[in-house]
Design a protein. Structure first.
Length: 296
């Protein structure tokens, strides 16, 4: 049985979902979190089929529910949401689920030029769920969609490398430049794209490179904050929101990060982007063994 003291589960194919976790911690500072990065099988969106993504999502959801007694699961992966959230809701109706999907609706409402760029993985943009989103919100806005093969993987791998002196002299920057150029003209004039939807949770970690390429006036739209607010609403409705009285918990007790891939990469990403210590991170073999705590 879960209770308000139970943790919130967060899952992504890799470290990209840390951007959603960041928003969740900001919105819900008194909650406990268990984050699982399936980095040993990343990226989902470029080369994995729906059947594989569904199987991994099912396995990880069961692991988080059975081993950590999570009270809600945030699927912080656009590809996994598109491929598996409906299946998981049918199979686990007792587990509250919150998925992420490209912020097509907010972009359609905020664009002034009527043209919006969308960067996402191939798995996301080829999904029926994405097609429905674009059809539903594309009456007044033209969406220019670009699958970004390799970008999530490059961002994932960059966490194991030193912080570059020149962020634009990296594979991440080169891929960003390729896909921005492929999308077309950005700006505030008629026919130009004035907004860019970051349709993969990894892409928020390429914000610096994208801002350099596009300038200060282009609006970036991601899903972290809206997902965090929706999580609060769900917990409040279910009566499982942690009491917000009293002091904030220490990070070491509030956040547990696990990975099926490189522990060093997760530790580096947690330190670089969330300012979390290495002891928050551990390795895990989902369905095979329990997490092994990292050395301090």
């Amino acid at each position: 049985m879960t209770s308000p003291a139970s943790p919130i589960g967060v899952f992504d194919s890799g470290i990209g979902g840390l951007s959603v976790l960041q928003a969740l911690r900001h919105e819900l500072p008194h909650e406990r979190f268990v984050y699982l990065a399936d980095s040993g099988n990343a990226p989902y969106g470029d080369a994995r089929g729906d059947a594989f993504v569904q199987q991994r999502t099912r396995t990880i959801a069961r692991h988080l529910r059975e081993q950590h007694q999570i009270k809600v699961l945030v699927i912080a992966c656009n590809t996994a949401t598109a491929a598996a959230v409906d299946m998981l809701r049918a199979e686990m109706p007792e587990l509250p689920l919150i998925g992420v999907e490209p912020a097509i609706k907010p972009a359609s409402l905020s664009s002034q030029t009527g043209h919006v760029g969308v960067m996402a993985t191939r798995g996301t943009v080829s999904s029926a769920r994405f097609a429905r989103l674009v059809a539903e919100h594309g009456q007044r806005v033209q969406f220019h969609v670009q699958p970004c093969d390799g970008l999530a993987k490059a961002i994932e791998e960059s966490t194991e490398q030193p912080v570059p002196a020149d962020p634009m002299a990296t594979e991440v920057a080169q891929l960003c430049a390729r896909y921005v150029n492929a999308l077309g003209s950005f700006g505030q004039k008629t026919g130009e794209m004035d907004s860019l939807v970051l349709g993969c949770t990894h892409y928020i970690f390429a914000r610096e490179q994208l801002r350099t390429l596009l300038g200060p006036d282009i609006q970036f739209i991601d899903t972290g904050a809206p997902v965090a607010r929706q999580t609060r609403r769900v917990l409040d409705r279910l009566g499982t929101l942690t009491s917000e009285s009293g002091p904030l918990p220490a990070a070491e007790g509030q956040v547990q990060l696990m990975t099926t891939g490189s522990l060093q990469a997760l530790q580096s990403a947690a330190s670089r982007w969330l300012e979390l210590p290495a002891q928050c991170c551990s390795s895990v073999q989902v369905g095979e063994s329990s997490a092994v705590p990292a050395a301090a």
